[in-house]
Design a protein. Structure first.
Length: 204
């Protein structure tokens, strides 16, 4: 009888703490046509990336110029999409924009609710990223500039790239190889740091 009483008064075993709910974050990869956005997302995504690629036709000749270093025959006409789980508490959903300025009407939807973005740059065609750069600055969206190092491209110092783009000193400008997962990962880490800087500046 006393044994039963002791059992009733003994403390309940502690329950395991609940698993943290993962926070979903949207980021955008943008830049000029043929700069490597689809490749960038494919290198880091843990799922098979969704890509809305369409074949380039004769109608696009003289309009969509992929550049002399590529045999690119398709173009993104809506978006690319991938997913990255950083840990159990943070999941990144990555959206790639079409590079051509005529698809700007899609940029509004893709940037809606985005934490920030990566602007990919090809130093051989640096002017191609100006429309996207202007768009991000106009909408006060945090971003980093990632110089995609194509094998045959001329190399420039980061400070030279920054000056050519007219990017503020507070914005991270980094190098990357869009084909390499670790390189892409470092760009995304730089973006998260940039978002924090951007938000602290806005709050001050």
């Amino acid at each position: 009888m006393f044994g039963h009483s002791e059992n009733r008064n003994s403390p309940e075993p502690a329950s395991a703490p609940p698993e943290p709910t993962a926070v979903s974050v949207k980021i955008v990869i943008s830049g000029g046509f043929g700069v490597g956005k689809t490749t960038f997302i494919g290198a880091i995504s843990e799922i098979e990336p969704l890509s809305t690629e369409a074949a380039m036709t004769e109608v696009s000749v003289g309009v969509d110029d992929p550049g002399p270093r590529t045999d690119k025959t398709t173009t993104t006409v809506a978006m690319d999409f991938g997913r990255i789980t950083l840990d159990r508490s943070l999941v990144l959903y990555v959206f790639g924009t079409p590079g051509q300025e005529r698809f700007e009407f899609l940029w509004d939807d893709l940037l809606d609710g985005a934490l920030g973005g990566v602007i990919l740059v090809d130093t051989e065609r640096i002017e191609d990223c100006f429309p996207v750069l202007d768009y991000f600055e106009k909408h006060d969206t945090a971003f980093v500039v990632a110089v995609n190092r194509f094998p045959e491209s001329t190399r420039f110092d980061i400070d030279e790239v920054r000056e050519a783009l007219g990017v503020n000193e507070s914005v991270h400008v980094v190098e990357c190889d869009a084909r390499e997962r670790e390189s892409v990962k470092q760009v995304l880490v730089a973006l998260l740091e940039q978002v924090l800087i951007h938000r602290l500046a806005a709050a001050s």
